[in-house]
Design a binder for this molecule. Structure first.
Ligand SMILES: Cc1cc2nc3c(=O)[nH]c(=O)nc-3n(C[C@H](O)[C@H](O)[C@H](O)COP(=O)(O)OP(=O)(O)OC[C@H]3O[C@@H](n4cnc5c(N)ncnc54)[C@H](O)[C@@H]3O)c2cc1C
Length: 249
């Protein structure tokens, strides 16, 4: 049956649930219909209670678009959160979930974009960005890229090992993890700094690109995205070259 996955809801089956950090679980979902998406896009999830009450939220895809039959989502548990708590406390393998998508076109990055790129993620804002990096990993054309990833503590650095492996195998990819609430457990690592991402940290990070980034992608909470966006305007990036995705307050 042909459906329009952007408008119509489809049923996905949960195939695995795994802890990625103390507050984030990864959910793999098999899609009933093959659904092509681009790295950076998201899906809407709809939960329906027995009395008909519905709650709908958006979640970015973390997996690479090379697989259009399944998707991975990274869902952070939000205190008093309706949908994130349901996922963390109730959802298990073989459960069926209603979803619709892919959605979003502005916050997408194709491996065909070969100019220097700056990626900036705050917490679970790494979700669409890891999809971009996973997609690029499988491509022979990898642009100079810097990822600045702000997390509270080392344990909150989602996908840390995979990101380190990517940076090891690709000299064009530089990763800087900013820990806002704790000292690095690996103090020798050049990739860890204990501070918030500010203008001077961005200035220093982009020297690794050898030239000004042609585009920046910023994802996280609203305050984080606004603050980083302002720094990027200050360093001279054009408004339309700063692509942003806000996850919440
Ligand atoms: C385009 C898009 C993509 C998104 N992708 C992801 C993703 O990949 N992973 C992910 O975990 N979330 C993602 N989000 C956020 C997600 O859609 C929900 O908003 C989030 O899971 C909270 O929903 P909830 O029902 O648990 O909380 P709610 O019941 O909606 O809110 C409970 C309380 O928490 C506050 N709150 C809501 N969201 C947040 C937040 N993000 N941080 C702190 N406080 C919050 C609310 O103001 C409220 O006070 C995305 C949002 C958008 C718009």
């Amino acid at each position: 049956m042909n459906i329009d996955p952007v408008r119509e809801w489809q049923i996905a089956t949960v195939t695995s649930v795994n802890d990625e950090s103390p507050r984030v679980k990864l959910f793999k979902l098999d899609l009933a219909n093959e659904t092509k998406f681009r790295a950076g896009q998201y899906f809407d999830i709809r939960l329906t209670a027995p009395d008909g009450y519905q709650a709908q939220r958006s979640y970015s895809v973390t997996s690479s678009p090379e697989d259009s039959n399944s998707i991975e989502l990274a869902i952070e548990l939000i205190a008093d959160g309706e949908v994130s708590a349901y996922f963390h406390e109730i959802v298990k393998p073989d459960d069926q979930i209603e979803l619709r998508g892919p959605i979003g076109g502005h916050f997408t990055l194709s491996p065909n974009f070969t100019k220097p790129v700056l990626l900036v993620a705050g917490g679970s804002g790494i979700a669409p960005i890891i999809s971009m990096l996973r997609h690029r990993r499988s491509s022979t054309r990898i642009a100079p890229t810097v990822l600045m990833f702000s997390v509270r503590t080392e344990a909150d650095a989602l996908f840390a090992q995979e990101l380190e492996d990517m940076a090891q195998e690709n000299p064009n990819l530089h990763i800087i993890i900013a820990l806002t609430r704790s000292e690095s457990e690996t103090p020798d690592s050049k990739q860890r700094e204990t501070r918030r991402i500010d203008r001077s940290m961005i200035d220093s990070a982009i020297t690794k690109l050898a030239e000004q980034p042609a585009r920046a992608y910023v994802c996280g909470g609203t305050d984080f995205v606004e603050s980083i966006g302002n720094h990027l305007l200050d360093i001279g990036l054009a408004y339309h070259d700063i692509r942003t995705e806000r996850f919440g307050p």
